[in-house]
Design a protein around this ligand. Structure first.
Ligand code: ATP
Length: 256
């Protein structure tokens, strides 16, 4: 049984996954002896074809999967936040109430943290709005604010920008970069977008049948746009697409 430990022991890594096994019913392992480490403050993007186990890994790290089996071990920091593809806001609660819901701090402090987080994502003044008064991009900003307000040491994101149009997604990339310059959580982000993985992450991991098929550091993530020197980006992109497999629909090569 994998331990979902609160707090880390002696290692400098923020996340340690060893020999993680997960299967459903009698089927083959969805995660098949997976090993992964994430350093403190490191941003790791996970790519993989549909069904390769990305969300399963994320749920295991989030502590949402109580049936993770095997001799494996999962160590994560105490303070973990999760952002999903849909913002999962409660429609009957105002924006600020959504942000502070479940916050562990006393109410006044939680609301203060919530207001600050909303300001950071550009939503100052929208605290009393209802979720359905916000655009999809704004709702995802609220979702990010909800995570940030908890000052997470580990941010888990499952295709956080997958439902947004291309322009909004680019704006969210800028916002996330900006937030990560000020806060320094470790990040594990599942994405289907190879370019998104390269421009945001420090390291990209390709999952295949529950194991790591390829692992690469990205060209220095320093906020510079890939167009400044597209060569390394293009090379890595080709390598990642190759690892993602020949059956990938060519029309969807960069958004799997
Ligand atoms: N609750 C469940 N019961 C049975 N099988 C499951 C369950 N959850 C996931 N699976 C199976 O485990 C495999 C991996 O699922 P997972 O959601 O981790 O894949 P993924 O890489 O995130 O895929 P996608 O990119 O399509 O979201 C899939 O074959 C899926 O059908």
């Amino acid at each position: 049984m994998a331990a979902h430990a609160g707090g880390l022991s002696t290692t400098a890594a923020a996340v340690v996954v060893r020999d993680l096994v997960r299967s459903y019913g009698t089927g083959a392992g969805v995660l098949d002896g997976l090993d992964l480490e994430i350093a403190a403050g490191e941003f790791v993007a996970i790519l993989g074809r549909s069904g390769s186990g990305k969300s399963t890994l994320l749920r295991a790290l989030a502590g949402l999967d109580h049936d993770v089996r095997g001799s494996g071990r999962v160590e994560v920091p105490r303070n973990v936040s999760v952002v999903f593809q849909d913002s999962r806001l409660l429609p009957w609660a105002r924006v600020l109430d959504n942000v502070v819901l479940g916050h562990e701090a006393p109410p006044a402090r939680a609301r203060e943290a919530g207001r600050a987080a909303l300001a950071e994502v550009g939503l100052a003044g929208r605290e009393r709005a209802w979720p359905n008064e916000l655009s999809g991009g704004e709702q995802q900003r609220v979702s990010l604010a909800r995570s940030l307000a908890r000052s997470p040491e580990l941010l888990l994101a499952d295709e956080p920008f997958g439902a947004l149009d291309a322009l909004t997604r680019l704006r969210m990339h800028d916002l996330l970069r900006d937030l990560l310059r000020r806060h320094h959580p470790s990040v594990l982000m599942v994405t289907h977008d190879v370019d998104e993985a390269i421009v945001l992450a420090d390291r990209v991991v390709v999952l295949d049948a529950g194991r790591i098929a390829l692992e690469r550091r990205t060209p220095a993530r320093d906020g510079s746009r890939p167009t400044a020197d597209p060569g390394p980006h293009r090379t890595l992109r080709a390598e990642l697409l190759e690892a993602l497999g020949p059956d990938t629909d060519p029309a969807r090569k960069d958004t799997l």
